[in-house]
Design a protein around this ligand. Sequence first.
Ligand code: CAA
Length: 248
Amino acid sequence: MTQKKVALVTGAAGGIGTEVCRQLVNNGFKVVATHRPGKAEQAQAWLQEQNLADKDIKLLALDVANHEGVSQALGELLKAEGRIDVLVNNAGITRDSVFKKMSLEQWREVMSTNLDSLFSVSQPVFNAMCEQGSGRIINISSVNGLKGQFGQVNYSAAKAGMIGFTKALAAEGARFGVCVNAVAPGYTATPMVTAIREDVLDSIKATIPLKRLATTEEVAGAVLYLAGEHGGYVTGETLSVNGGLYMQ
Ligand code: CAA
């Protein structure tokens, strides 16, 4: 029997993360789904609510912003699993504010969770992928990293940084058979987006050519493509799923 491919998904219990886990596990991957430390009960409840409890999903407590904690947890995970075939760097937060009023804390929180985490999480996994001679890393960026967004100087900077990281690591990974790509979702129907003030969200929707939010299925489908058999010749790319909101 051939061994199942192992996919590690950070921030798995979020709107996009949940659907990414579902599509990967339904397409034959073993999924390691990370949640914040101290949230084991909520993570178990999430598996039940999402009808994922009987699937091949293992939970892992991981604060992606804690470099030492990540090194230790991923070292143990790699020992236990033997390999990681797909890494989806999905964990991300917003701390929206106009720049004039943005605090250093709002800046740092977003940078450490959304961008510094790419260093901490990807390095041990990338090294293992290079040794095994194959792997896919998929970074969940954002349309707002491409076009910039009023009220999101911190988030837009971090999400744009993810795209530079993607291209540079793709250049380094190619000789080892490791493909590195980004998916840049537009406004997607997740709690992060529905938390935007209603009048603000309405005005955003009006500017989207397709006049609606993306579904999490549509975004996860792009991740599955990059993780799967037919994504093997794509690297260093940023795949936009944004309803035409920003056309490069
Ligand atoms: N362009 C230009 N001007 C704008 C603007 C825009 N896009 N949005 C607001 N303004 C103007 C307002 O009209 C207002 O002007 P006046 O003072 O003349 O009335 C001024 O800027 C201040 O705006 P707010 O009243 O909204 O200011 P606030 O301090 O109450 O709120 C904010 C600021 C929290 C940033 C709020 O504007 C907001 O939530 N914006 C949305 C930010 C956003 O898009 N976040 C995305 C979250 S989802 C996500 O990040 C996922 C993803 O990847 C897509």
